[in-house]
Design a protein around this ligand. Structure first.
Ligand SMILES: [Zn+2]
Length: 126
């Protein structure tokens, strides 16, 4: 088992095979998320927070969809963006508004809480 495989196994076990964000079971092809984003400048090869690049403490296991949605956002920015989804659906989705009008959707004011917070295990870096 090489270094990358070992790190993936450590990260897979970090939340018992669950996505750190939504808590779904990690499936084949799960992603490694940088908790503090590593934003690459493709023009000059530099990146934001380069000291965190290969630091396993800055990584979380993530399902593909959470990782793609989190993109290069911090955890708090990701939380804010998820909360904004309902507002955007109300503004832009006719299907959503209809489903809500006919009682198929009930909105709540719950806080966006990530799986690692629900199980009371903080990421090692923040
Ligand atoms: Zn997820």
């Amino acid at each position: 088992m090489n270094r990358t495989q070992k790190d993936r196994q450590i990260l897979f076990n970090k939340y018992e095979g669950k996505c750190a964000y939504c808590g779904d079971d990690l499936k084949k092809g799960w992603h490694v998320d940088h908790i503090e984003p590593i934003v690459r400048n493709w023009l000059d090869g530099s990146c934001k927070n380069p000291h965190l690049k290969n630091n396993i403490e800055n990584k979380n296991p993530s399902c593909a969809s959470c990782n793609i949605q989190k993109n290069s956002f911090s955890i708090e920015e990701f939380r804010y963006n998820i909360k904004k989804f309902v507002e955007l659906l109300n503004k832009n989705s006719t299907q959503y508004k209809f489903a809500k009008r006919y009682g198929l959707i009930k909105e709540t004011e719950v806080e966006v809480k990530f799986y690692f917070e629900k199980i009371n295990k903080q990421p090692l870096a923040s």
